[in-house]
Design a protein. Structure first.
Length: 129
């Protein structure tokens, strides 16, 4: 069975989108990946989009999605990034909370280290799955 990972942040416009794109890229279909936000923004953060494009990942077609109970129920691993309280908790799931700087309002130069830290954590997670 393919493991499913759900990344959650407040706006689903930065950290969770980067994490989902990076895990999907590295897993190459071995993991089902979703992302969502407790209060989704209207669009992806432009600096996040640019930082991801620099490493060959295109977020231009992605849109922030609302966190649903169904998405949490379907996931094997739920990773929150600054919105832990908004995420419903179900028994039998693995929950991780990644403390990461919020890329909102930051320049692409300031987003790169956040992207790289997410990439490092995603690779570790993939190795565990």
């Amino acid at each position: 069975m393919t493991p499913e990972v759900l990344f959650v942040c407040v706006h689903n416009a930065g950290r969770s989108q980067m994490a989902a794109a990076l895990l999907a890229h590295h897993a190459r279909g071995a993991v089902d990946v979703r992302s969502a936000g407790s209060a989704p923004a209207d669009s992806i953060n432009p600096a996040v989009r640019e930082a991801m494009a620099e490493i060959g990942l295109d977020l231009s077609r992605e849109i922030p999605k609302k966190l649903t109970t169904d998405a949490v129920e379907a996931a094997d691993v739920v990773i929150t990034m600054g919105c832990g309280d908004a995420c419903p908790v179900f028994p039998g799931k693995r929950y991780l909370d990644w403390q990461l700087e919020d890329p909102a309002g930051k320049s692409v130069e300031d987003v790169r280290p956040i992207r790289d830290e997410i990439d490092r954590r995603v690779r570790e997670l993939l190795a565990e799955l």
